[in-house]
Each structure stands twice: as C-alpha cells, then as structure tokens.
Design a binder for this molecule. Structure first.
Ligand SMILES: [Zn+2]
Length: 435
C-alpha cells in the first residue's frame, strides 16, 4: 500500500470583527513562539522536532498559559521545519541572513486544535475557547470528499486580513494499493521537454519549463531596473510587482507539471505499467544547463524542470498506485541501445550517429531506450534481445530518414495540455511519422 497526500485550500465565510480579532491575537502569540524557537534551533543547529520539543517546549508553553497547550507543540514542529530548511540553505551558501525571518505565518493545527463539524464548519481551540467558523465549499474540496479521500488530522490556517477570513490548508490522504507492473513507461526529463517511451513510440512532450523560468527572470530584472530608477531600490511598489510576477511564474509551472504528470501517469495506470525515471543528483549537474552562468538561475531551472517534474510524477503516481523506478542516469544518451557502442554527436543538434551501425539517433530516443534497458536489468552495454525486439529498426544508415523509431514525435504544450490520453492520437501521429 502507498499513501497519496493532497492539500486542499478552503476559505471561511467573512468573520465577525470580534471573532477575527481573537484569531489575530492567536496568530501573534503563535508567531512569537515560532520566532523564539527558530532562533534557538538555528543557534544550536537543531533540525529535529523531537529534540527542539524536548529542550524548549516548557519555555514556550509558559509564555502563553492561556493558549491551549498544543499550540506550543505545533509551534515546535513548525520551527523545526523552518530551521531545517534554513540550515540547509546556509550549508549550501545560499542563506542571505544569519537567521531566518519568520515572515508569513500559517498556524499549524493538530487534532486537538481543530475539528471539522460536518462539511460546512470548522471549530478551532483558542485562548477564547472554541470558535466555530463556517467554510465556503468549493468544487475542489468536494471532489476529494466524494472520491474516498480521508481528511487528515493536521491542518494549517492563515489569516486573510484584507478580507477578514481564514484560509484553511486541509490535508487529504488516501491509501492505494500498488499493482505489479506488466511493463514500463520510461521518461527522460529535459529542461524544455519530456521524452516518454510508450508502446515503442517516443513522444516528445514540450514543457518549455526553462523558457518560462528564463522569461520571468528577465522580466523581473527589467522591472527592477525601471522601478529602481523611479523609486529607488527595494521600494514597496516594486516589491508588489515582483511578488505578483513570481506568483504567476509558480502557478504556471505548477500547472504545466501537474497536467503532464497526470497525462503520463494515466497512461501507465491504463497499461498497469511502472514509470521509470533517471535518479537525479542534488545539485544541477546536468550538462545541459551548465551553460547558464548565474548559479541561482541554474538552480531554479533545475528545480522546475527536473526536480519539480519528477516530484509531480511521483505525487500523481501514488494516487493511481503506479510504481516509480529509478535508474542510474550516467551516459543514458551516449550509448547505442542496439549495438552498445558509442553514439557520436556533432554538437550542433540533438542527433547523433552510431559508431558501429551508422544509424542516426535522436538523443532523447536513445535516452528513453537506455533507461528502459536499465530498468530491465541490462547495463546498456549489450542489449537484451527482448529490448532489441522492441525497437523497430529498419537499420538503414539514413540520416534523419524514414527510420521512425529513431525519431521522437514532438508535441507542443498547447496540444498535449488539452488531451486526456496519448493513446487517442497515437494512430494519427504514427501515420504522420511514417508517411
Ligand atoms: Zn547502433
């Protein structure tokens, strides 16, 4: 059994001023506890909740005796997580300040602190007793309720001061049993496209993720320059525009990744296949993005296009009970999957020529087949006949010729984003390729 987890956002109705004030007070106290805990944790290099709680729970508990005791507990969890990610950034040399700033706060709730009362209201334990707020039902929330997801005991709540509402982040869980895979779908993630091998066809699904990242980077830069000239550096209007840009960027990328992951995972589930991915390192080591000189930008491209894409697939796969297998990523595009010899790329495009057979290969097609070989237990040095049989090769050393198997089928983002499945169009695509 695997467990799928999703966060769903629901908003409360407009709250009476008195009720909202109680939440503002609660947030103030909670923030204060978290700030103190984070300072302590970073000072003493603590990243584990259990240790932070053992050392500090009593102190923060006695700060606000009027608060339900579990807030001291969840504040420890919250602070431990903040300290953990801050210390990691610091080790990587990417922390700008000596201590993390506790800027936006969402209050962590456990099963003692909140409770759903039916589908329409939530009650929260506060220093003023239990307060009940009604929530606005939305389609997203109802979909999880109706599809057998379980509401988990942990939740977060954030204050929307402008609208005088609460925003709840609820967690849904679902147990799914994984099937035994009958085949494999291999995925080669690249910065601007994802090559997917399904039933002997390599689809090249374009994501443009690095283009999105770079585009927003340059837009941010030009906004910064323009506003710095008019208002001076770091002005409030500038920050507002930059924040909006980065929210848009995040939302767009999330949408692209989510849609593509769903498309691939549904294909795997339909065939009862496992998904095979390359095991990625921690840092942007992929040769392709080394040309980006700015390390922070390189990191962002890597996170969005490689890490983020993999995570989206993993998340979706858990929901459908599809298993995900990882293979060694070394040299997956350098060795001919048929002859086991080196493929020579001329460096100008993504095509190379096999040094033994002389046939032409598209880099992403090579990678997909080699990933499949590794999943099957071959090392790529000598292809098992089972895989060789899978690769429909006409063998002719025709440069970019009619050898459809060596060419991926490129599909633009605008096209696949509207599809429910790849199967529906594969016949058409096949005809186009072999025509
Ligand atoms: Zn070859």
């Amino acid at each position: 059994m695997v467990e799928a987890i999703r966060t769903v956002v629901v908003r409360s109705a407009l709250l009476p001023r008195r009720t909202f004030r109680a939440f503002v007070e609660l947030e103030g106290m909670y923030r204060n506890m978290v700030e103190q805990l984070v300072l302590h944790a970073v000072n003493d290099n603590i990243t584990k909740f259990t240790r932070l709680k053992a050392e500090r729970y009593r102190d923060v508990r006695s700060l606000y005796p009027q608060l339900p005791s579990h807030y001291a507990y969840t504040a420890c969890q919250d602070a431990a997580e903040r300290a953990h990610s801050f210390l990691r950034l610091k080790r990587m040399g990417r922390a700008r300040k000596p201590y993390p700033e506790v800027r936006s706060v969402s209050i962590w709730l456990d099963d003692h602190l909140w409770r759903a009362e039916g589908l329409t209201s939530i009650s929260i334990a506060t220093h003023k007793g239990r307060l009940r707020v009604s929530i606005e039902l939305n389609r997203h929330f109802l979909r999880y309720v109706n599809r057998g997801w379980r509401l988990a005991s942990e939740a977060k709540v954030k204050l929307d001061r402008r609208e005088r509402r609460l925003i709840f982040y609820l967690t849904f869980r679902k147990e799914v049993s994984e099937y035994r895979p009958k085949g494999y779908i291999t995925v080669d993630v690249n910065e601007d496209a994802e090559a997917v091998l399904i039933d002997g066809i390599v689809y090249l699904l374009e994501t443009d993720l690095s283009r999105v990242t770079l585009g927003y980077y340059y837009r941010r830069k030009s906004v910064q320059e323009r506003y710095d000239r008019v208002y001076g550096p770091g002005s409030r209007p500038e920050r507002r525009v930059l924040r909006r840009l980065s929210n848009n960027e995040k939302a767009l990328k999330r949408e692209i990744r989510r849609k593509l992951a769903a498309l691939i995972v549904r294909e795997a589930a339909r065939r009862q296949a496992a998904i095979v991915l390359e095991r990625l390192g921690k840092e942007p080591a992929k040769g392709m993005i080394e040309r980006i000189k700015d390390p922070q930008l390189r990191h962002r491209v890597f996170q969005a296009a490689f890490k983020g894409m993999q995570r989206a697939i993993e998340e979706k796969a858990r929901e459908y009970g599809v298993s995900v297998i990882y293979v060694d990523p070394r040299n997956t595009s350098k060795i001919c999957p048929i002859h086991g010899t080196e493929i020579i790329y001329d460096g100008r495009n993504r095509h190379g020529v096999c040094s033994k057979g002389g046939e032409t290969w598209h880099r992403d097609v090579v990678a997909c087949y080699n990933i499949l070989l590794r999943a099957l237990g071959g090392d790529g040095g000598s292809a098992p006949s089972r895989v060789r049989a899978l690769i429909p090769v006409d063998g002719g050393p025709v440069p970019l010729g009619p050898t459809a198997a060596h060419e991926p089928t490129p599909i633009a983002r605008g096209a696949w984003a509207r599809w429910r499945s790849l199967g529906a169009t594969s016949d058409h695509k096949l005809m186009r390729v072999s025509a």
